[in-house]
Design a binder for this molecule. Structure first.
Ligand SMILES: Nc1ncnc2c1ncn2[C@@H]1O[C@H](COP(=O)(O)OP(=O)(O)OP(=O)(O)O)[C@@H](O)[C@H]1O
Ligand SMILES: [Mg+2]
Length: 224
């Protein structure tokens, strides 16, 4: 998948003032790349990932997915692209607390109407892939934060996405656990050629990324 933005802008109105959370951003990511977007708190990282992940609409500018303008797509089509072609990883994991690991990973597959059997087989395979074969029936609260993020990664991979979009995936982790999660993301990028886009403060992620962008006050710059 190729994702491109053209003069992408997102304005927020707070009281009488206007904030450009994203300010004329031109960004491109190609299949197989590992891109890190680094910037301070409030610089626009989450806003940019929400736009690229078709979870939000820009105020102006365009997002092209394989040269197709995402704003011309119906919300049903946008949802299909998110579910079939993108996987999302969150800082606080966003796991459903009442579901065990298998059930959390099966969820995106059930939304596509896959059979119970296929969901279970694939969830087992993915949880093994992230090193959690011994935590299949545990619920999030019964696991460590590193294990929770591994479930989050397995869930993001459930529908075999072309791109993983991760918003501060190591933000809640201690440095040793963060290192393990980064190694896992890097390995997925290398072996499966899954594109990875990560917003982060974490220097360790910056080291494994092939492309580095800095963002400040909504303005994105390619590191040179
Ligand atoms: N729904 C909203 N309404 C108004 N302003 C918003 C909204 N969402 C974000 N903003 C503002 O847009 C700017 C960018 O926010 P964003 O959350 O994208 O930053 P961030 O880089 O992800 O920060 P952090 O590192 O703290 O997660 C900030 O000034 C923020 O206050
Ligand atoms: Mg954020």
């Amino acid at each position: 998948m190729n994702i491109k933005t053209l003069d992408l802008t997102k304005l927020y109105h707070v009281g009488a003032s206007e904030i450009a959370a994203i300010d004329r951003v031109n960004f491109e990511v190609n299949a197989g790349e590992f891109v890190a977007i680094v910037g301070p708190s409030g610089s626009g990282k989450s806003t940019l990932l929400n736009l690229i992940g078709l979870n939000d609409y820009p105020t102006s500018g365009r997002i092209l997915i394989d040269d197709l303008d995402a704003s011309t797509l119906s919300s049903r089509k946008r949802r299909r692209i998110r579910l079939l072609r993108m996987g999302f990883i969150f800082q606080s994991f966003n796991l459903l607390p009442t579901l065990n690991s298998l059930e959390n990973v099966e969820l995106p597959m059930s939304l596509l109407g896959k059979s119970r059997e296929e969901q279970r087989q694939n969830a087992l395979k993915l949880l093994e892939r992230v090193g959690l074969s011994h935590r299949l029936f545990h619920r999030p609260k019964q696991m460590s934060i590193g294990e929770m993020q591994r479930v989050g990664i397995a869930r993001a991979l459930a529908n075999n996405p072309e791109v993983l979009i991760a918003d501060e995936p190591t933000g809640e982790l201690d440095s040793k656990t963060a290192k393990e999660i980064i190694a896992l993301l890097s390995e997925i990028n290398e072996s499966e050629k899954t594109t990875i886009i990560v917003a982060t403060h974490d220097e360790k992620i910056v080291e494994v990324a092939n492309t580095l962008y800095f963002i400040h006050d909504g303005k994105l710059k390619l590191e040179s």
